[in-house]
Design a binder for this molecule. Structure first.
Ligand SMILES: Cc1cc2nc3c(=O)[nH]c(=O)nc-3n(C[C@H](O)[C@H](O)[C@H](O)COP(=O)(O)OP(=O)(O)OC[C@H]3O[C@@H](n4cnc5c(N)ncnc54)[C@H](O)[C@@H]3O)c2cc1C
Length: 450
């Protein structure tokens, strides 16, 4: 049902905030987005340099990313971004890179390095996934809280064997979460696996890159750039006043509902007057990890198609995974050239937090040269991106904390509070999850205000 009168303020124009704003505007709400920065997209923002798409992450999507695919279509970008360019999944072994097919049991068993003994144990996987599947909802990950008492590593060793962990689960989970895979909850792995293990998720990359999405969505919304929210307060009539600073001056806007779509540490600071102790505790305890990514533009393509390469930690490389693409007309790199986007391991990012950009860049280029020796001769430019707090860490216990937080949200909504939260820390460290949390917040606002 639409509601033409209710006013909603969204704090933050990352994917979560834009997703919430888009859906609420489509439902007839008066929506204003306040974004502290000068650009939209938050951690998914990107830029174009000399015809190359320079993104913060790999931008790989799957056919199971229904939130992203829906928003691309709704925003009218279907023709330029879809269908996604197919991406082959491959894995490094020594200096070789070979395709892998983990969506079937046979494909899993054929991953180089999986032992004969563990191949037999893989037969348990379909039964295990069937048992867990009713609890696994990527848009409502707290439903799996009851499974959140074991790490992905312990789960793998217990049921599937060390070699399956080293050669499949660790590279798969660490390439998405860029975190210590020994501390990651098994729920993080199971949520990623639920689509791919069923063979229903086809890998791809949006033709012009995902960075087009936030820009287009934002252009159709009432958005104030450079508006840094400082405080959200409750008014006597039950509405909320949002205080923000723009161009050095303090401004306010009143709203029937506010969606806070910033990182957790900002959320706890700006929403403090409205929060319960349990919420403050949760938001203050959300952990984010560092991330280093690098875009390498090359004169000649390094592969004929697009390939996502995972590098198992047993290969002792600073690279966690990388995406190689060949230039194409209207694509992410000019025809005849090539593009590599790589993500460094969590361990490398931690160990090199104090190293200079030059040192980090050199190490990563040398590591890439192991798999693509021609890269050094073909460099056009390199862009390094370093973020101390890039990815929410879903370590063991995070989903149980999330479940308690969501329960408190339900209670406070019932008592009339109209404050909502969205962000990757509530769903998963992927654009799809961030967007899903924004859609979820919008649906909740709609249910409360309509
Ligand atoms: C370097 C890097 C690489 C990544 N690589 C990958 C990858 O390869 N694959 C993958 O799936 N994911 C990757 N991610 C993660 C992914 O980009 C995020 O999960 C997702 O974009 C988070 O979206 P969000 O909307 O939750 O938060 P954000 O994008 O952080 O959005 C929050 C917004 O709120 C704004 N804001 C903050 N404070 C205020 C305030 N006081 N007032 C108003 N606005 C405010 C911010 O400026 C920002 O625009 C990467 C992230 C980084 C940083």
């Amino acid at each position: 049902m639409s509601n033409g009168k209710s006013q909603v303020v969204i704090v933050g124009a990352g994917l979560a905030g834009l997703g919430a704003a888009w859906r609420l505007a489509a439902d007839g709400f008066g929506v204003t987005v306040l974004e502290a920065g000068g650009v939209v997209g938050g951690r998914a923002a990107g830029e174009w340099i000399d015809g190359f798409s320079v993104d913060r992450g790999l931008g790989v999507i799957t056919s199971a990313d229904r939130n992203l695919l829906a928003l691309i279509e709704e925003a009218g970008l279907g023709d330029s971004l879809l269908p996604p360019r197919p991406v082959e999944l491959a894995q490094a072994c020594g200096s070789q890179v070979a395709p892998i097919l983990p969506e079937t049991l046979l494909g899993l068993a054929s991953i180089p390095g999986v032992t004969w003994r563990d191949r037999k144990r893989l037969l348990r996987l379909p039964r295990l996934m069937k048992r867990y599947a009713p609890h696994l909802d990527r848009d409502r990950p707290e439903r799996a809280a009851g499974l959140d008492f074991r790490s992905a590593a312990d789960f793998a060793r217990l049921y599937l064997g060390q070699s399956v962990f080293d050669r499949w689960i660790s590279p798969a989970v660490a390439s998405v979460h860029v975190a210590d895979e020994h501390e990651l909850s098994r729920v993080a792995f199971l949520l990623d696996c639920v689509d791919s293990c069923e063979g229903s998720a086809v890998l791809g990359v949006a033709r012009r890159g995902l960075q087009e999405l936030p820009r287009t969505v934002a252009s159709k919304l009432d958005l104030r750039r450079g508006a840094a929210v400082e405080r959200i307060e409750k008014l006597d009539d039950g509405r909320q006043r949002v205080r923000y600073r723009r161009d050095g001056a303090g401004e306010t806007i009143d709203a029937d509902a506010v969606v806070v779509a910033t990182a957790a540490d900002t959320a706890v600071r700006i929403a403090d007057p409205l929060l319960s102790i349990a919420e403050r505790d949760f938001l203050a305890q959300v952990r984010f990890g560092p991330l280093i990514s690098m875009t390498v533009a090359v004169e000649h393509p390094l592969s004929s198609g697009s390939r996502l390469v995972r590098v198992p930690h047993s290969e002792v490389s600073p690279i966690e995974c990388y995406l190689v693409e060949a230039g194409s007309p209207g694509g992410r790199a000019p025809t005849g050239t090539g593009l590599v986007t790589l993500v460094a391991t969590h361990r490398f990012a931690l160990a090199n937090a104090g190293a200079t950009d030059e040192v980090v860049e050199k190490s990563l280029l040398a590591a890439l040269g192991r798999f693509h020796p021609s890269v050094a001769r073909s460099l056009r430019f390199v862009r390094l991106q370093r973020f101390p707090s890039a990815m929410p860490l879903f370590y063991v216990g995070a989903y149980r904390a999330l479940e308690r937080f969501q329960r408190v949200q339900t209670d406070l909504r019932q008592s009339g509070r109209r404050l909502y939260f969205a962000g990757d820390y509530l769903a998963g460290p992927r654009p799809e999850s961030a967007l899903g949390s924004g859609f979820r917040a919008a649906a909740t606002v709609l249910a409360d205000l309509a």
